[in-house]
Design a protein around this ligand. Structure first.
Ligand SMILES: C[S@@+](CC[C@H](N)C(=O)[O-])C[C@H]1O[C@@H](n2cnc3c(N)ncnc32)[C@H](O)[C@@H]1O
Length: 364
């Protein structure tokens, strides 16, 4: 009876994902129909489990969530980016409840192999128990820091992170076959994240698909450096600031202008003006910046220090964006391992991280 209710609720959820257009691949849809999410969220009410929402499952110190069952919509989008085929060997980093690993196990079939790693032993134990309850076989759950990948079962045809990274590990590339796909929630500009499907081409990775997402960050060796509040670092941030006379429409902010600016401008800057305030954003120069500082319902561009040049650049970037309102999904990203050859062709933005250099280009 409970299972019939769960089946019915699951069918409603999957149909909703299909009609919204985010779930299009028949193989991924059939995985979502075959694997029931409530087996991976024991004790949770079915009405909560079969909502299209992320469900927090573990809180860390300071009340910050460290594990969750991701939102089904983004799970379906990322599994489609991953293009899993029967017989594939797949590594997932971020086992959590084991639900995504179970979906992947369905996609690889009996001849495939799935390894999922999580940094927390208690989560691995729970994921194993959930997989057993759901009757899913063929998933190895390993407690490890995913920064190292999992060499004993390498190489992999596919690799997916369900936790965000601000750089890539060279070990992921080493453990991925040539033309293999890595799907990773990548944070290249402040908190803004894209789920990027990268195809391995020798020592580099080239994006085949980019979509907006939001995941908790990796812990362990590849945890992002602690946030340094920019407030107080630059004396000119203390003001006095001047109005530039340019005001951004609130609708353009909702339509993704900041994400576009962040991924296309090397001078993108996201400081806090005071430690207790929310960050603001804009472009910086050597001795000043132009920042969008919300005032009531307005988004005026203010000039800090010697920020006339950045203000002109920000205004020009906004005017250009407003013509066609491009979205970050249209960007291409290449990742080149440090120490290797980095192409010098013109790109709109280069992000250098300890292991990889990322080159972002707009569509031609
Ligand atoms: C959003 S949850 C994953 C959801 C999961 N795929 C599911 O279907 O339930 C992110 C997971 O990444 C794990 N994690 C964080 N840092 C990690 C690391 N360095 N190595 C492996 N797992 C990590 C967390 O413990 C957490 O369980």
């Amino acid at each position: 009876m409970a299972d019939a209710d769960a089946q019915q609720r699951n069918e409603q959820l999957v149909s909703q994902l299909e009609s919204s257009g985010c779930l299009r691949d028949p193989a991924v849809a059939s995985a979502f129909r075959a694997v029931l999410r409530h087996h991976f969220l024991p004790g949770r009410p079915l009405e909560e489990v079969y909502e299209d929402s992320a469900i927090m499952t573990k809180m860390g110190d300071k009340g910050i969530p460290v594990s969750s069952s991701s939102q089904p919509a983004i799970m379906s989008i990322m599994l489609q980016q991953l293009q899993v085929k029967l017989g594939h060997r797949v590594l997932e980093i971020g086992a959590g409840t084991g639900f995504n690993a179970a979906l992947i196990a369905h996609l690889v079939g009996r001849d495939g192999h799935v390894v999922t790693v999580d940094i927390d032993a208690d989560l691995c134990e729970q994921a194993r128990a959930n997989l057993a309850t759901a009757g899913v076989e063929g998933v190895e759950v390993i407690q490890a820091d995913g920064a190292d990948g999992w060499p004993p079962a390498a190489p992999y045809d596919r690799m997916i992170l369900t936790v965000s990274a601000s750089d890539l590990s060279p070990k992921w590339l080493d453990q991925l076959v040539e033309e293999g796909i890595l799907v990773v929630p990548l944070a290249l500009a402040g908190p803004i994240q894209q789920s990027v499907a990268f195809v391995r081409r020798g020592p580099s990775l080239v994006s085949s698909d980019v979509t907006t997402c939001g995941f908790m960050p990796l812990r362990g060796q590849m945890a992002p450096p602690p946030h340094v509040a920019d407030s107080g670092l630059e004396p000119w941030l203390q003001g006095p600031e001047q109005p530039s006379g340019y005001v951004l429409p609130a609708a353009d902010l909702r339509a993704g202008f900041e994400s576009w600016l962040a991924l296309t401008q090397n001078a993108y800057f996201r400081p806090r003006l005071r430690a207790e305030d929310a960050p603001v954003f804009g472009l910086r120069g050597a001795g000043g910046a132009a920042l969008v500082v919300p005032e009531d319902d307005d988004y005026p561009v203010l000039v800090f220090g010697d920020g006339d040049g950045p203000a002109a650049a920000l205004t020009a970037a906004h005017r250009a964006w407003a013509q066609t309102r491009p979205q970050v999904d249209q960007l291409s990203i290449e990742a080149h391992m440090m120490g290797g050859e980095v192409p010098t062709d013109a790109t709109v933005r280069t992000v250098r991280r300890p292991h990889f250099t990322f080159m972002i280009t707009t569509p031609s």
